[in-house]
Design a protein around this ligand. Sequence first.
Ligand code: MG
Length: 428
Amino acid sequence: MSEQKFKVALVDCNNFYASCERVFNPRLENRPVIILSNNDGCAVARSNEAKALGIPMGAPFHKIRNVVQKHDVQVFSSNYELYGDLSARVMRTLEEMAFDVEIYSIDEAFLNFSGFSLLGLEEHCHKIKKTVRRNTGIPVSIGIGPSKTLAKIANRLAKKNPRTRGVLDISEPRFNKKALEMLRAGDVWGVGSRWARKLEDYGIYTAAQLRDADIRWIEKKFNVVMGRTVLELRGIPSIGFAEPPKSSQSITSSRSFGKKVTAISQLKEAVASYTAKAAEKLRARGLLTNVISVFITTSRFSPADSQYQNSASITLPEATSDSTMLIHYAFIILDTIYREGYRYHKAGIMLLDVVPIRGHQPSLFGDSKKQAKNSRLMKTIDLLNKKMGSNTVRFGAQGIKHEWRMRRERKSAAYTTCWKEIPVIQAV
Ligand SMILES: [Mg+2]
């Protein structure tokens, strides 16, 4: 990756869930809005007006009842089917306006603009912002930088500073110097509160101090991931495309196909693979999901093809990280949205409303014996894949030939090339 040429924009929907509610209820404009989580009744999203009232993220509803009454705060239960659908519409618009789109979470996407004429980029992003608003009703902010981490920071500033009109490019060091001095190290993408405390123990409080830290020392005291963050802050791209650090609220897995796909059987293989991969991530992080969403789309860049996109979400009967169960529901969605006669270019899945296993109330009606057996099976599969290389054991539904797979993918990660020759053990 060349330093000069890498150029990335992060598009982030403003107060996404609250904005979704506003799309179909304009009465909510300029009023404080909060969204509650399904399970424990905490505020999981707030409009700017609600933030201004001092309602903290994750506040239990019973603790903010007074503020809610006093200021007539509009309160909603989360509606993940709606959010998932609007998310897909936002992403679809982005795909129309950029070649390389990496969906990072339900409301964020990285756009790869490497090689784009630099003069026109900010203007183009203003156009993207306007088009997303017009097509979906959702307001977004866009940050541009020479690395993903700097694009994240640019996005944050674009959101906070009205003078930017929602788009900011901090590719030039003179534009990000002050920003990094003002930003706490713990607020840098991927650092987190635990590392932030350790950094402070060594006297590193700001993003600028982290940028200027000795890389070898950072790698020794922390890890290589933190080392990459330091490089990213210096404007040296070190986190590639489709290789994001973890996001906790939602997990996405999607890819463009190596060649166009028409048969539902091939779409199913792809969707099963993405789902298995996302479920493995859930389990590795001790998480469960309540909602799964699937999308399929043809390519805007093949104008000769008839165009079709669709997506749908299902709220699961019970929070789960079981691959078999998730693939089952993903197929139900796929059967619903699939239309024959189109040449599909991309498919993806999103796990929404992700919650930690700890503190999760199992359903009274679930079959606990079957669940325990499945959970042992998942553990064994994860262990084997970890030891023997990704995809050593996979689900029958994932298929073997994978003709839809992206050509580029075979080249990139070492683990796929190394272990590609290993015979597949059919687990289910
Ligand atoms: Mg957002």
